[in-house]
Design a protein around this ligand. Structure first.
Ligand code: 26Q
Length: 822
C-alpha cells in the first residue's frame, strides 16, 4: 500500500494551513508574498481536491467491478455552479477551512468569489443534470456524467443602455483546478465520408464506414462528491482535438498549412455552447457536438467493460444510460453501430441490448423545440447512422403494420422520418423506440406528453411511460446558499433534513410559534438586506428592504411571460400616477435572466424591463413604493443569493408550456410564496404546500385550448379592461421609451394581434391575484406562517427523491457504499 502524505489528507487547522502554503509554492510556483488572490483560491482548491482524491479513486475502482451497475447520464449541458464551497460543505470541512484560511490572513468568502463557474449549459436542463449528479453521489449510486467540455460556456451578460450585451465566457482563463485531463483515455470519432457494404470470408454481410475526417476526444474528469459519504462520482467532459499522425501526414501529404487548418477545424468542435434553450435548425456543428460526445462516451464504456472481462451481451446489466432530452439521442444508432459493425453482434441481439440500455427524459412539448435533423445533413455527417436509423424505422413500422393491419395512417404518424417541411429524423421518436422507459419531468407534463407529442407511442407501449417530477438539491439550494435559514432549521429539528428533506415537515407545528416566526422573519430580512447590498453594487439602485421582494429569475422567453409581470408593474404605476396618495403595498420587482442572442423579442423584453425601471425608479411621486431591478448575468453563482431573499416567486408561464420549472422549487423551499399558473410542477407544489399558501391564477390548459378553438381575440380583453387598455397604451405611446413609439411596437403588436401566450386572457386574473398577494403581505404574522409552511411541505422536491425514483423505476440500480480500507 502507498503511504499517503498527511499533508494531502489531514484536516486539522495546522495541516490545512501547511497544505495551502505547499500547494501555493509547489503546484502554483508562487511565494506567499508574490501570490494573487486567484493563486490562493487555486491553492485552496488543490488542497480540497487532495482531500477528495482517495475517495474518488476508491469509488472509481469499486464502480468498475463487473457486478456493479452504474448510471450513465448523457447530457449536452451541465451547470454545476462553483465547486469549492460545495466540496467543502460535502466533505464537512467548511468551518475548519474557513478558520484555517482566516489564520493564514485570508477570507474564505473572498477566495470563493474568485471561482469562475463552469457555465456549460443554458438553464433548467443543465442545472437539473448538476442537481442529479449531486444526488446520485449523495445516495451512493455509482454514476458517470458524460458531456462536452465547451471552451466557451454560456455568454456573460452585461446590460448596456438597457440592452443585453453578450460577452464571451472565458471560464478556463485562469486555470481549472477541478479537472484532470486523461489523454491516455482518448478515443477517436469518425465524421462524414461514405459506407461500403461487403460480404466477408464467412459470408457475413458487413458494412464499413470510410470517414472523411477523424477527431480525437480527450476526457477531462471532475470529481462529484456526495454529501458526507465516501462516494465521489465522475463528471467526464470531452474536448475535441486533431489526431496528429492521421490528418497531418497521411491525408495531407506534406500540406503543412492545410494540416494546421484541419487541426483548427477539429478543435472548433467543442469550442462553444449554443446559447439557445431551444433547437436552432440545421446547424451542422451542433449535430457534430452531439455525436462527438455520445460516441466518446459509448466507446469509453465498451472499452472499460471489455477490459473488466465484461461481455457485450450483458452491457445493459452493467450500464443504465439516461438520455437528457434528445440532444444525446444519436447514442441509439451509435450503440447499434458499435455492436453490429465493430463487434459483430447480430442485429436483433444488439437491438435488445440497446433498448434495455437506454431511457429517455423529455423536457419540452413546444413543437418548435422538438429536435429534427434533415436526412441531408445526417447523411453527410453520419452516413452509417442514417442507414441504421432507416433500418430501425423499417423494422419498427413493420411491427406497427402487423399490430394495426387496417390502419395505414398509423405508419405515417409513427414514422421516425417526417416528410414536411423537409425529410428529417424526429429525434423524440428515435429516442422513444430505442428506450425501455420514457418520462416527463412533472405530472402535467407527463400527461400531456402521452396525450400529444408521443401519443402514438403511448398507445403502443403504455408500460414504457412514467412521470418523474424534477427536484433540486437541498445541499446547494438551502445549506450552501441560505446558511442562516439552514442554521435556524437545524437548531430546531436537527440536521437530517439535509439528506431526508421530508424531515422539514417537523417545522409545521413551529409555524404557530411566535418566537420561531420572529426568528424566521429575521433570517428573511437579513437575506433581503444582503441582496439589497448586491443590487446597489451591481445596479446602483437603492431598494427598500421592508418592501415585498417580488422575483422572476429564469431564461427570458415569451412563454415564461416576463412581460405579463411588466404589465402588472405598469398598472400599479398608472394607479399611483392617477392617485398619488394611494396606499400601495411597497414592492421591489427583481428580474434576471439571459435571452438567446438571436431571439429579438426576448431581448426587447429585457429592454422593456430596464426602460420601465428607468422611469419608475426615479419618479419622485413613486418614492420607495415601487422599484424595478434587472440584475445582470444570471447564473448559478448570482442566483444563490436571490432565492433566500425572495418574498414572492413569479411562476407565470402559459399553462402547458413550462415542462416543470425548477426555480419554482428553489423559491418555495427557501420560504417564498408563489404566484403561479397551473403549469409544470407548480401544480404539485400547490398540492404539497396547500392551496391556501399558494397564489394561483390564469387559464388552465383545457381552457386555453377552448379559447384557441373558439378563435381567440386578444383585443377583446383590452376593450373590456380599462386598466389593461391603459397599460398597453402606455407602452404604445413611447412613454417608457423617451417618446419613441417604435421601440416596443413589436411587443405591443404581438400582444394585440396574436398573443400566442395568452397574456391578455390571463391579465385580469393575474392582477386580482396580485392584489390578494398585497393584502396577504400586510398581515405579517400570517405571511410568515405561510412562508414556514411552504418550506415545511417542500420535502418531496428534493432531487434525492427524483433520483430514488429513477433508480428503482428506470435504472434498477442500488447504492454501493465505498469502503476506504478494503
Ligand atoms: C437543442 C438543439 C440545438 C441547440 C440548442 C438546443 C437546446 C439546448 C438547451 C434545446 C433545449 C435546451 C434546454 C431546455 C431546458 O432547459 N428545458 C427545461 O428543462 C427543465 C428541466 O427539466 C424544466 O424544468 C423546464 O421546464 C424546461 O424548460
Amino acid at each position: 500500500a502507498i503511504q499517503i502524505e498527511d499533508d494531502r489528507t489531514g484536516v486539522t487547522i495546522p495541516t490545512l494551513r501547511r497544505a495551502l502554503a505547499d500547494n501555493l509554492y509547489y503546484v502554483l510556483g508562487k511565494p506567499p508574498d508574490g501570490a494573487t488572490l486567484n493563486d490562493y483560491y487555486l491553492a485552496l482548491a488543490y488542497t480540497v481536491r487532495d482531500r477528495l482524491m482517495q475517495r474518488w479513486m476508491a469509488s472509481t475502482h469499486t464502480h468498475r467491478l463487473p457486478t456493479i451497475k452504474q448510471v450513465i447520464y448523457l447530457s449536452a449541458e451541465y451547470l454545476p455552479g462553483p465547486h469549492l464551497g460545495n466540496n467543502l460543505m460535502n466533505l464537512g470541512l467548511y468551518e475548519t477551512v474557513q478558520q484555517a484560511v482566516a489564520e493564514s490572513g485570508l477570507d474564505l468568502a473572498t477566495l470563493l468569489a474568485c471561482e469562475e463557474e463552469p457555465g456549460l449549459g443554458n438553464g433548467g436542463l443543465g442545472r437539473l443534470a448538476a442537481c442529479f449528479m449531486d444526488s446520485l453521489a449523495t445516495l451512493e449510486i455509482p454514476a458517470i456524467g458524460y458531456g462536452i467540455r465547451y471552451e466557451f460556456g454560456i455568454f456573460d451578460q452585461e446590460i448596456r443602455e438597457g440592452w443585453q450585451a453578450e460577452i464571451t465566457d472565458k471560464w478556463l482563463q485562469s486555470g481549472n483546478p477541478w479537472e484532470i485531463a486523461r489523454p491516455e483515455d482518448a478515443v477517436f470519432v469518425k465524421l462524414g465520408g461514405h459506407t461500403e457494404a461487403s460480404t466477408d470470408e464467412t459470408g457475413c454481410y458487413q458494412v464499413r464506414w470510410i470517414p472523411h475526417q477523424t477527431v480525437k476526444g480527450i476526457p477531462y474528469d471532475t470529481p462529484i462528491p456526495g454529501y458526507r459519504v465516501n462516494t465521489v462520482n465522475t463528471l467526464r467532459l470531452w474536448k475535441a482535438e486533431a489526431p496528429e499522425s492521421f490528418d497531418l501526414s497521411v491525408f495531407n501529404h506534406g500540406d503543412y498549412y492545410g494540416a494546421v487548418d484541419q487541426k483548427v477545424i477539429s478543435e472548433n468542435l467543442t469550442k462553444v455552447l449554443y446559447p439557445n434553450d431551444e433547437p436552432i435548425q440545421g446547424k451542422q456543428l451542433r449535430l457534430k457536438q452531439q455525436y462527438f460526445f455520445v460516441s466518446c462516451a459509448l466507446q469509453d464504456l465498451i472499452r472499460t467493460h471489455l477490459a473488466q472481462g465484461g461481455r457485450l451481451e450483458r452491457f445493459h446489466e452493467k450500464f443504465a444510460v439516461q438520455l437528457n432530452d434528445t440532444h444525446p439521442a444519436i447514442a441509439i444508432p451509435e450503440l447499434m453501430r458499435l455492436l453490429v459493425d465493430d463487434h459483430h453482434v447480430p442485429w436483433d441481439l444488439a437491438w435488445t441490448i440497446t433498448q434495455q440500455t437506454f431511457a429517455y427524459t423529455n423536457h419540452t412539448l413546444l413543437p418548435e423545440a422538438l429536435e429534427v435533423w434533415s436526412l441531408d445533413l445526417l447523411g453527410q455527417l453520419l452516413p452509417r447512422h442514417l442507414e441504421i436509423i432507416m433500418e430501425i424505422n423499417r423494422r419498427f413500422l413493420e411491427d406497427v403494420r402487423l399490430k394495426f393491419p387496417d390502419n395505414g395512417e398509423k405508419m405515417g404518424q409513427l414514422s421516425l422520418i417526417a416528410d414536411q417541411p423537409f425529410r428529417s429524423v424526429r429525434m423524440a421518436y428515435l429516442a422513444s423506440v430505442g428506450s425501455h422507459a420514457i418520462n416527463g419531468v412533472a405530472a402535467l407534463h407527463s400527461q400531456l406528453l402521452q396525450k400529444t407529442v408521443l401519443r402514438g407511442f403511448y398507445d403502443l407501449w403504455p408500460e414504457k411511460f412514467l412521470n418523474i417530477t424534477n427536484g433540486v438539491t437541498p445541499r446547494r439550494w438551502m445549506l450552501l446558499s441560505n446558511p442562516r435559514l439552514a442554521q435556524l432549521i437545524t437548531r430546531r429539528i436537527g440536521d437530517r433534513w439535509i439528506i431526508h428533506l421530508q424531515d422539514l415537515r417537523d417545522l409545521e407545528p413551529l409555524a404557530e410559534d411566535p418566537e420561531f416566526r420572529a426568528a424566521w422573519r429575521s433570517v428573511k430580512q437579513a437575506n433581503k438586506q444582503a441582496l439589497a447590498q448586491r443590487i446597489l453594487e451591481r445596479t446602483g439602485i437603492q431598494v427598500n428592504v421592508e418592501s415585498l421582494f417580488d422575483v422572476q429569475v429564469k431564461r427570458i422567453h415569451e412563454y415564461k411571460r416576463q412581460h405579463l409581470n411588466v404589465l402588472h408593474i405598469i398598472t400599479l404605476y398608472n394607479r399611483l400616477k392617477q392617485n398619488p396618495s394611494l396606499d400601495l403595498v411597497p414592492r421591489t420587482f427583481i428580474f434576471a435572466g439571459k435571452a438567446a442572442p438571436g431571439y429579438v423579442q426576448a431581448k426587447l423584453i429585457i429592454r422593456l424591463i430596464t426602460a420601465v425601471g428607468e422611469v419608475i425608479n426615479r419618479d419622485p411621486a413613486v418614492g420607495d413604493r415601487l422599484k424595478v431591478v434587472f440584475l445582470p448575468d444570471y447564473n448559478v453563482t448570482n442566483g444563490q443569493p436571490i432565492y433566500p431573499a425572495a418574498d414572492l416567486s413569479e411562476q407565470i408561464s402559459t399553462a402547458g408550456k413550462e415542462a416543470s420549472g425548477t426555480g419554482n422549487m428553489k423559491f418555495a423551499l427557501n420560504g417564498a410564496l408563489t404566484i403561479g399558473t397551473l403549469d409544470g410542477a407548480n401544480i404539485e407544489i400547490r398540492e404539497a404546500v396547500g392551496s391556501e399558501n399558494f397564489f394561483h391564477f390564469g387559464h388552465k390548459v383545457e381552457e386555453l385550448s377552448q379559447l384557441r378553438s373558439q378563435g381567440y381575440d386578444p383585443r377583446r380583453y383590452c376593450d373590456h379592461s380599462p386598466e389593461l387598455n391603459r397599460a398597453i397604451h402606455r407602452l404604445e405611446s413611447g412613454f417608457f421609451a423617451q417618446g419613441n413609439r417604435d421601440l416596443f411596437r413589436p411587443l405591443v403588436q404581438s400582444l394585440l394581434n396574436d398573443d400566442p401566450y395568452f397574456l391578455m386572457a390571463d391579465y385580469l386574473s393575474y392582477l386580482n391575484c396580485q392584489e390578494q398577494v398585497s393584502q396577504a403581505f400586510l398581515n405579517e404574522a400570517t405571511w410568515i406562517r405561510r412562508s414556514i409552511l411552504n418550506t415545511a411541505r417542500m420535502g418531496e422536491f428534493s432531487s434525492d427523491r427524483s433520483i430514488r425514483e429513477y433508480a428503482h423505476q428506470v435504472w434498477q440500480v442500488q447504492s454501493v457504499p465505498i469502503n476506504l480500507q478494503p
